[in-house]
Design a protein around this ligand. Structure first.
Ligand SMILES: NC(=O)c1ccc[n+]([C@@H]2O[C@H](COP(=O)([O-])OP(=O)(O)OC[C@H]3O[C@@H](n4cnc5c(N)ncnc54)[C@H](O)[C@@H]3O)[C@@H](O)[C@H]2O)c1
Length: 432
């Protein structure tokens, strides 16, 4: 198939590349000329494990191209995917301006056979509204399908190529058949292709993210309570996780969820509920708990140092909102950095991948350490914010020597508290 992917970000670039890898002819389009130029030079603008090799392979094979000009490729397309960003607007609703711009741009270029597939996460009703707009602009009915994406940054290629399920929302079964053919190479292990109505597909994406975020806020609240009552959340987690109705996934306490999806998707669904005169009490609580949780490490640090943070130096390991990505959108590390800087602290930060993105925000207000141990030199404490795997088995002896005080605030519960105390650290985790 001839595929055009409009929006070449974390989702568009991965989706476009994987669809090229399964034999389709794919052109990724973006308004960011710098990004397209870099991709044409073979540079990948984001960090995603395995993506560089896959992009290079498919470009060399002639199946993957990049352009800023949709007019050169949309007329030949069987499917035009829209994967532009839908960030949070001031009201909390999803900002759909990018999506509408794409709809207006592609409308005069669409052939009669083209299916428009909306991959961006969009509030319920958007697919139908886009179809209406395209009808007004083209004078005919254009097939619009919803195809929400469930990939996770950090294992995006695996998630896309081996999805738990593929969800499409369609008006006509024939459209689902075309998309089923497109996805067939990724569904060989009998994972389901679920065709449903447009509104159900749109809601599926939000409901999935909101339930996952709910699990995180729930376990964080329980962790905070465990700390107060002398229980250990790790023991409690094991105690509940073996119950098959509960399970272990997404029940790791920490410093709150971040990223480009959970925070904005929760708020977008809150907005949708309110528009329909429904008070989303659980969603509001999930959002509030998470906002508070992002301050948990700062409160612990302030309490430990009796409010005297001015002039102190802290080391921070982990800036990305989660491991295996360079994405820092709504990252808990940003909240922590801001609080510590406002309190007059000096910060040595390290992240294996995301440092350049933070540098663009904080410039020379932070000391950026290319090596994780360098951040510890002269620091009054180490704060762990992202659970990169290279942090899991460090040289504790070296850490103790480098730190000015052997104090660790672990926002991801990487290590066993008893062991850490035996090693001579004052160690504080979340809910331990
Ligand atoms: N990042 C994720 O893990 C993830 C997972 C599932 C779903 N989603 C959803 O997918 C969508 C895209 O997310 P993302 O993280 O890839 O965003 P992103 O910000 O990384 O990428 C969006 C891209 O769209 C481009 N763009 C914006 N307007 C455009 C236009 N008019 N024409 C062409 N290109 C345009 C931008 O320049 C950018 O490169 C969002 O709706 C998001 O909620 C994201």
């Amino acid at each position: 198939m001839h595929i055009v992917m409009v929006g070449t970000g974390y989702v568009g670039l991965v989706t476009g590349t994987c669809l090229a890898d399964s034999g389709n002819d794919v052109t990724c389009v973006d308004i960011d000329a710098g990004k397209i130029e870099r991709l044409r030079r073979g540079e990948i603008p984001i960090y995603e494990p395995g993506l560089t090799e896959l992009v290079t392979h498919n470009v060399r094979a002639g199946r993957l191209q990049f352009t800023t000009d949709p007019a050169t490729v949309v007329p030949q397309a069987d499917c035009v995917f829209i994967a532009v960003g839908t960030p949070q607007s001031d009201s909390g609703a999803a900002d759909l301006s990018g999506l509408w711009k794409v709809a207006d741009t592609i409308a005069p270029l669409l052939s009669t056979k083209t299916i428009v597939v909306i991959k961006s996460t969009v509030p319920v009703g958007t697919n139908r509204a886009v179809a209406k707009r395209l009808k007004e602009l083209t004078g005919r009915q254009v097939d619009v399908a919803s195809n929400p994406e469930f990939l996770k940054e950090g294992c995006a290629i695996d998630d896309f190529t081996k999805p738990d399920r593929v969800v499409v929302g369609v008006e006509r079964p024939e459209v689902a058949d075309v998309l089923h053919d497109l996805y067939r190479p990724f569904l060989r292990t009998e994972h389901p292709f679920l065709a449903m109505g447009l509104e159900s597909a749109e809601m599926t994406k939000y409901v999935a993210n909101c339930l996952l975020a709910t699990k995180i806020s729930f376990i964080n609240e329980m962790a905070n309570l465990c700390e107060r009552v002398g229980a250990n959340i790790n023991e409690v987690r094991r105690g509940i996780g073996h119950d098959q109705r509960i399970g272990f996934s997404f029940l790791f306490p920490g410093v709150g969820y971040g990223g480009s999806c959970f925070p904005k998707d929760i708020r977008a669904l809150i907005h949708v509920a309110e528009q329909h005169q429904l008070e989303p009490q659980i969603l509001n609580a999930v959002d509030n708990v998470n906002n508070a949780q992002k301050h948990v490490l700062f409160h612990k640090v302030r309490q430990h140092f009796r409010g005297e943070l001015t002039g102190r130096t802290f080391a921070i390991w982990g800036l990305a909102f989660k491991p295996r990505t360079d994405d820092i959108r709504e990252a808990p590390a940003l909240t922590l950095i801001e609080s510590l800087l406002n309190a007059g602290a000096k910060l040595h930060v390290h992240d294996p991948i995301a440092m350049d993105n933070v540098r663009q925000i904080h410039r020379d207000k932070l000391k950026y350490c290319a090596k994780m141990y360098d951040a510890l030199e002269g620091a009054d404490a180490l704060l762990i914010v992202t659970e990169w795997s290279e942090f899991r088995n460090p040289n504790f002896e070296l850490m103790r020597q480098l730190l000015r005080q052997p104090v660790i605030f672990d926002g991801r519960n990487l290590w066993e508290p008893t062991l850490m105390r035996q090693l001579g650290f004052e160690y504080s985790g979340i809910g331990l």
